[in-house]
Write a protein that binds this ligand. Structure first.
Ligand code: ATP
Length: 264
């Protein structure tokens, strides 16, 4: 069963097609201009796809990259706005989020720091009790401690309320232990779509003597050759190999970089 399904083209998005299960946490990763924001805007219904369709079951909340809010509003006004604009509104949930990060209600949005503004939009989004929460680079303006705390709190929302979370980032370190699914994009194309753990088990790096051919069967993601050594990153799933070749699993960062290098 999927809660989010998409098969869309728009500007530079080319036939991006995937389905996500309810309660999943998906990271959309890709280089600058790869289409992450466009995809989130299409999913949120802010942009019409040129072709294809999307479907999302339930209520959607979207926190856009630049966190648009009325600058002259006080924080308290933002919550009132949320109450008026949303059919379903959980004020306690929004207030709790603001309390947690000690956001003064009397300050105007323009007087808040970038990180404080992030907390206000997250409170607004969570107050609407979304089934699906879309976040475009949500952690960009937060300090490292706040990042960890926000990620932990968002995962609690996922676990406790069955919310489905989709967030974009180009910082791969933000995904480890957080995202159970990965959508990797380059130049508007979806290069990789899968469960993070399964992807890590499938990708094996073989290193050995200079060789013009991979030592194992399976699709080669990236081959590199030095003067006397070759390495092949293969989506094969096995680490058995004859000497002098060695095999090891790769990190998520290595996996992402290899696919991006290949997709250039
Ligand atoms: N209104 C538009 N008309 C035409 N092309 C657009 C429009 N908006 C964005 N694009 C193009 O779509 C591509 C993807 O942009 P998008 O903002 O989705 O990338 P991104 O992956 O979010 O990048 P970043 O990581 O830099 O935020 C870019 O090449 C961009 O120039």
């Amino acid at each position: 069963m999927s809660v989010v399904a998409a098969d869309v083209s728009k500007w530079s998005l080319r036939n991006v097609s995937f389905e996500l299960p309810p309660g999943s946490v998906t990271a959309i990763v890709g280089s600058n201009g790869s289409g992450k924001t466009t995809l989130l805007n299409v999913l949120a219904g802010h942009l019409e796809p040129e072709s294809g369709h999307t479907s999302i079951a339930g209520r959607v909340a979207y926190v856009a990259q630049h966190k648009p809010m009325y600058k002259s509003f006080k924080v308290a006004n933002v919550l009132q706005f949320g109450r008026r604009m949303n059919e379903v509104w959980d004020n306690d949930r929004a207030e709790q989020w603001l309390d947690r990060y000690r956001i003064p209600r009397k300050l105007q949005i323009e007087d808040l720091s970038g990180g404080q503004r992030t907390h206000v939009v997250l409170a607004l989004a969570l107050g609407s009790r979304p089934d699906v929460l879309l976040l475009d680079e949500p952690l960009a303006e937060l300090d490292p401690l706040a990042r960890r705390k926000v990620v932990r709190e968002l995962l609690t929302e996922v676990n406790d309320n069955g919310m489905t979370l989709i967030f974009s980032t180009h910082v791969v370190a933000e995904i480890g232990g957080v995202a159970d699914r990965l959508l990797l994009m380059s130049n508007g194309r979806l290069l990789v779509d899968g469960e993070t753990d399964a992807l890590l088990e499938e990708h094996v790096l073989y290193t050995g003597p200079h060789a013009s051919k991979s030592p194992v069967e399976g699709p080669v993601v990236l081959a590199k050759h030095g003067r006397s050594q070759s390495s092949y990153l293969v989506r094969s799933g096995g680490t058995r190999i004859d000497e002098p070749w060695t095999a090891r699993y790769v990190t998520l960062e290595e996996l992402v970089v290899a696919h991006l290098e290949r997709g250039q």
